[in-house]
Design a binder for this molecule. Structure first.
Ligand code: FAD
Length: 132
């Protein structure tokens, strides 16, 4: 590892400001992808902006014909969700099969969506959604 600044903002606004002010900042959610990448020196961000101090970025809800999944919701919560299981059973099955328990308990769907590996279409930085 090498030196970097660690920041843990308490709100989405502060996270956006920190990201904007950093020379080469990276958001960290579960860290399951980012930290191994840094350990291998494939990424060397100047700042890590930890989203775990922001309370309102997780959760799963129904919004009309959509299922809304907050960006900090963990794979394990997607797998266990009756809302997801009822609307998109394949997504619950997919989340249940990701990695191992540690990855499912820490990893979040937003980074997976960005890499298109989990098939969820991201809507904004703070949440991800897919039509039911
Ligand atoms: C052993 C192992 C097995 C795995 N198996 C599978 C598998 O079977 N199927 C599968 O789909 N995936 C698999 N994965 C990938 C896993 O799903 C990802 O590691 C996990 O989803 C990443 O989530 P995270 O919260 O840890 O992201 P992090 O590592 O914290 O972040 C990853 C990237 O996303 C960015 N990011 C994080 N949050 C946001 C946000 N809110 N907005 C914008 N950018 C953001 C970060 O800046 C970083 O660039 C596996 C990973 C491991 C380590």
């Amino acid at each position: 590892m090498y030196n970097f600044n660690y920041q843990r903002p308490g709100s989405l606004d502060d996270a956006i400001k920190a990201l904007g002010a950093a020379e080469d900042g990276k958001l960290v959610a579960g860290g399951m992808t980012l930290l191994p990448t840094m350990k291998q020196r494939l990424a060397q961000p100047s700042d890590l902006i930890d989203l775990n101090g922001i309370g309102d970025m997780d959760g799963i809800s129904r919004d009309g014909d959509s299922v809304v999944i907050g960006a900090m919701t963990r794979h394990a919560d997607v797998a266990a969700s009756d809302v997801v299981r009822g609307a998109i059973p394949a997504l619950a099955d997919l989340a249940e099969g990701i990695g191992d328990p540690q990855v499912r308990n820490r990893g979040s769907p937003m980074p997976s969506a960005r890499s298109e590996s989990a098939g969820i279409a991201p809507r904004t930085t703070s949440d991800a959604a897919t039509s039911a």
